[in-house]
Design a binder for this molecule. Structure first.
Ligand SMILES: [Zn+2]
Length: 67
């Protein structure tokens, strides 16, 4: 229970840091926010979502560098 609350707080802090990139057709910031608000339905699902967030975060930061 405590772990879940902690990770939820971390997610909320992170979500406020996600800003849209300046590209019109780039959905990377939006996609990352969607992943951050996704509620895992199981332990396995939680790991899966964390992995998706990590890879999306990488794409998100790469997008800003490329711009
Ligand atoms: Zn982008």
């Amino acid at each position: 229970m405590i772990r879940a609350t902690k990770s939820t707080i971390i997610k909320w802090i992170k979500i406020t840091e996600v800003v849209d990139c300046s590209r019109n057709v780039c959905p990377c910031g939006d996609k990352l926010r969607r992943l951050l608000v996704t509620r895992p339905t199981s332990r396995y699902d939680e790991k899966n979502i964390i992995n998706l967030i990590k890879s999306q975060e990488f794409k998100y930061h790469k997008c800003f560098k490329d711009f």
